[in-house]
Ligand binder design. Structure first.
Ligand code: NAD
Length: 296
């Protein structure tokens, strides 16, 4: 029986409408417009298109968006100064530094310079630490987007076996943590697989919920999936396609056609986790502005 599609685009649209409503309420009640500051260093095509999509989504939600695009030759000192400027700007409630940064810039130093109360990507060590110990923080956008998708589809995670492929700081580790924590959308037993894992299929076949964030097409195929499992494909890979105007198409890490024959629920690529990532960024920016307004 082919799997049902877990439509991230649809869920994102519903959540963004709610965010826009809350933005309008905050403006009316407190005169505060949530603002997102975006820093893009260099002109990597994928990064440029992500940043453009984030700004567009921000404006559609009625938020203020400030876009700083500087050349790849920008020095580390200049990059740090851009972050400091946004830290001090009262119109900016959330700061996003688009990764990856050019090789000559120390990524950790730039991320660590973001004020934790404006770290809407949830990447600073302070935010990550707060998340790990269950304190108020900004949950990282892609992992939280995955959890929101599971919740929206009514997938029970408590007591289930969730298998995560990938151990990056951006996706694998935080999504494993959120699935494990004692909270809604969590309380699962979690196994994390990575490039050191021997015989990946042994683990994936045990998964009630399989989250794949490997960054490689066809990491998971239908025969590696337990019948009836929920499959969340985080991967976004560009593969050459001469029939496309830009010469490539986007695919996930899961072989969709074979996986959809075995899974009960599956996310497509594109149109799955991707739109949810931006939505959770808007949500965190709104929350940052709301926290500020609550302080008086
Ligand atoms: P990464 O390269 O930092 O990490 C990939 C991880 O997968 C590594 O920890 C590695 O150990 C593991 N891995 C790779 N191949 C494997 C294999 N064959 N078997 C087991 N483990 C394997 O990547 P990332 O930043 O975590 O991103 C992962 C994917 O998710 C990428 O395709 C990226 O483009 C995508 N992504 C999508 C969104 C979104 O919004 N949809 C956001 C972030 C990342």
């Amino acid at each position: 029986m082919p799997a049902k599609i877990l439509d991230g685009k649809l869920l994102a649209a519903t959540m963004r409408a709610d965010i826009a409503k809350q933005v309008a309420e905050l403006k009316a009640a407190k005169g505060i417009t949530p603002g997102l500051g975006v820093i893009l260093i260099g002109a990597d095509p994928a990064s440029t298109s992500y940043v453009t999509a984030k700004e567009k989504a921000c404006e559609e939600a009625g938020m203020y968006s400030e876009d700083v695009r500087v050349p790849a030759e920008t020095t580390q000192a200049e990059a740090l100064a851009l972050v400091q400027k946004m830290n001090a700007d009262p119109r900016i409630h959330g700061i996003l530094v688009q990764l990856p940064l050019p090789k000559h810039i120390d990524e950790a130093a730039v991320i660590n310079a973001i004020a934790p109360e404006k770290d809407v990507d949830g990447f600073t060590p302070i935010n990550v630490g707060r998340m790990m110990i269950g304190e108020t923080c900004f949950l990282p956008c892609t992992p939280n987007g995955v959890i929101q998708m599971l919740l929206s589809a009514g997938v029970e995670t408590s007591g289930k076996h969730a298998v995560v492929i990938g151990r990056s700081n951006i996706v694998g580790k935080p999504v494993a943590h959120l699935l494990m924590r004692k909270a809604k959308g969590g309380n699962a037993t979690v196994t994390v697989c990575h490039t050191g894992t021997k015989d990946l299929a042994t683990f994936t076949k045990q998964a009630d919920i399989l989250v794949v964030a490997a960054g490689r097409p066809n990491t998971v195929t239908g025969e590696m999936i337990k019948p009836g499992a929920v499959v969340i494909d985080v991967g976004v890979n560009r593969v050459p396609d001469a029939t496309k105007k830009n010469g490539f198409r986007l695919v996930g890490d899961v072989d969709f056609d074979s996986a959809a024959q075995v899974a009960s629920l599956i996310t497509p690529v594109p149109g799955g986790v991707g739109p949810m990532t931006i939505t959770m960024l808007l949500y965190n920016t709104l929350e940052s502005a709301q926290r500020l307004s609550a302080k008086g």
